[in-house]
Write a protein that binds this ligand. Structure first.
Ligand code: PHE
Length: 450
């Protein structure tokens, strides 16, 4: 069977951006910035993008393109033995696990989009009320499971149609829509009272708030938001043509991902400041605080659904990319049809998401190691498996494949650019060979301590 491929450069860039831009940008980034020193945090975060994010993104995509295979085979081909193949397999499994809990969490967003459309999110006067409303929502197994199912069904419907007609086409429609919604919400946020103060709060660097925890969080964020370490970028890279200039594609992707995070922070904080709720933060932001704000500001009934639609679209294009490595693996390995593989992966992701969706209702008493099941899986995925996958990729690229061969691959489609910029090779190889393993090692060490 001939391998599928992207139809155009724009399609490729939008698909990879769609993978990168997700819950981590719109939900996690704003509260991380708010709690960890504003611009000081952003500065550290940008440094990690340069030292680790961009080089590894380019590296993983190059691995995919060089081999034209899904991660297990790709790692095996470049690493030269079965051990590397197993590590590549681990990254696929990580993406699969992530797709399970990601869908359950995105289900909450779907649920809240429906609530917003029904006009149920704009009658709160206190955070206590909106919190109680959310708790009631999340305590219903029918609602949490139903929402998880609905979200996964949307993802599967996109994957069924394949790389070009499914993933690429969906991203070509959904990403511009997402940008439009972001801009609408940003301008609306800026028009609210006290928006200047909100921006000042965000951009005032407070280096005192920059604890070691904040530095680690910035590192983890750089990693998770670019969908690294979980087979996604290797797989998306495998659909890329040799004439593609990978540097010219990866750069705007990292830039777009960052701009979206910054805009999302701008939106969330202008909204919060407008009603004096700036102290609010943490993961409860979306479900406890924002509904109260939507209840108080003009046009809240219209803006609440727009906001949750934005978050859902971002999550959808990421979910699809977390599932695709497993789909590609099954297709490569067994030669089954795409539809069959998508169905199997969909059922698997649904099953993994079931205990997550039930974490706050039927299985609320099941708290292994003192955490809810969903928190446990998020920890396992984002703080253990993803860094491990990233470490494996960095070691493979930096020490096995090596800078020279990697650059030969990058040069295809970017010959002139690589030739004119001789600093590229030392910068990229040094980051992937030394800086990435050390930084990821620190993250892993810290995960084991916690
Ligand atoms: N990058 C996505 C985000 O920021 C996360 C993600 C992508 C997770 C792909 C899994 C797979 O939300």
């Amino acid at each position: 069977m001939k391998r599928e491929s992207w139809g155009s450069r724009l399609g490729f860039i939008l698909a990879v951006s769609g993978s990168a831009i997700g819950l981590a940008n719109i939900w996690r980034f704003p509260h991380l910035v708010g709690e960890n020193g504003g611009a000081a945090f952003v500065l550290i975060y940008l440094t990690f993008l340069i030292l680790l994010g961009f080089p590894l993104l380019l590296g993983e995509i190059s691995v995919g393109r060089a081999t034209g295979k899904s991660p297990a085979k790709a790692f095996r081909m470049l690493g030269g033995n079965k051990g590397w193949g197993a590590l590549g397999g681990m990254t696929i499994l990580t993406g699969f696990i992530v797709s399970g809990f990601y869908s359950a969490i995105a289900g909450w967003i779907v649920g809240y989009l429906i609530e917003a459309l029904r006009g149920n999110l704009t009658d709160f006067t206190t955070v206590g009320e909106s919190k109680e409303y959310f708790e009631r929502w999340i305590q219903s197994p029918v609602l949490t499971l139903g929402a998880h199912f609905l979200f996964l069904t949307m993802s599967i419907s996109i994957l069924y149609f394949g790389v070009r007609k499914g993933i690429e086409r969906a991203n070509k429609v959904l990403m511009p829509l997402l940008f439009l919604l972001l801009l609408v919400l940003l301008f609306w946020g800026l028009s609210l009272p006290r928006s200047g103060e909100a921006l000042k709060f965000l951009w005032m660097p407070d280096f005192k708030a920059l604890t070691p925890f904040a530095v680690l969080a910035a590192l983890g964020q750089a990693f998770f938001t670019l969908s690294l370490g979980q087979g996604t970028m290797v797989t998306y890279g495998s659909y890329t043509s040799k004439s593609e200039n990978l540097i010219f594609s990866c750069f705007p992707i990292v830039l777009m991902d960052t701009v979206v995070s910054l805009i999302a922070a701008g939106i969330v904080f202008t909204i919060l400041f407008s009603v004096g709720a700036e102290g609010a933060g943490g993961p409860a932001l979306l479900f406890h605080t924002l509904p109260v704000v939507f209840s108080q500001i003009p046009f809240g009934t219209l803006l609440a659904p727009l906001f949750f639609l934005l978050v859902m679209l971002a999550a959808l294009t990421s979910e699809v990319s977390a599932m695709e490595p497993s789909v590609a693996y099954l297709m490569d390995k067994f030669g089954w049809t795409r539809k069959k593989c998508v169905t199997l992966v969909g059922i698997g992701a649904f099953l993994i998401g079931v205990p997550c969706a039930l974490s706050y209702n039927l299985l609320a008493n099941l708290r292994p190691f003192g955490h809810s099941i969903v928190d446990g899986l998020v920890f396992l995925g984002s703080e253990v498996l993803i860094p491990l996958g990233g470490l494996a990729a960095a070691l493979l690229i930096g020490w096995k494949w090596k800078g020279k061969a990697w650059m030969e691959e990058v040069k295809q489609g970017a010959y002139e650019f690589v030739k004119r910029n001789p600093w590229l090779r030392p910068y990229l190889t040094f980051c992937v060979k030394y800086i990435a393993p050390v930084l990821i090692g620190i993250v892993l060490f810290q995960s084991f301590l916690s």
